[in-house]
Design a protein around this ligand. Sequence first.
Ligand code: ZN
Length: 97
Amino acid sequence: MQKRKPPVRMCIGCGAHKDKRELIRVVRNKEGEIRLDPTGKMAGRGAYLCYDVSCLQKCRKTQKLARSFSCQIPDEVYDGLEAQLLKEKEAASVAAE
Ligand SMILES: [Zn+2]
């Protein structure tokens, strides 16, 4: 059986290139809402992050997310993303077992 190369995306927090399935998509929809998109199918502008709160905190510090979405991101949005990321991480680790 031949190995197929999975699509690779870059985490905007740590800059690591990873299999798309190992990253979580962050999306900014046309209403300007920013949220995590575990399905990877939401419409809007997307960026990718590791399932790791420290990567989210890194891009919070460097404003990388704000830059890739070209908008301001308020603290409460980051707090919401962080909470959602923890939840998704938990769900993903349960699914992996
Ligand atoms: Zn990362």
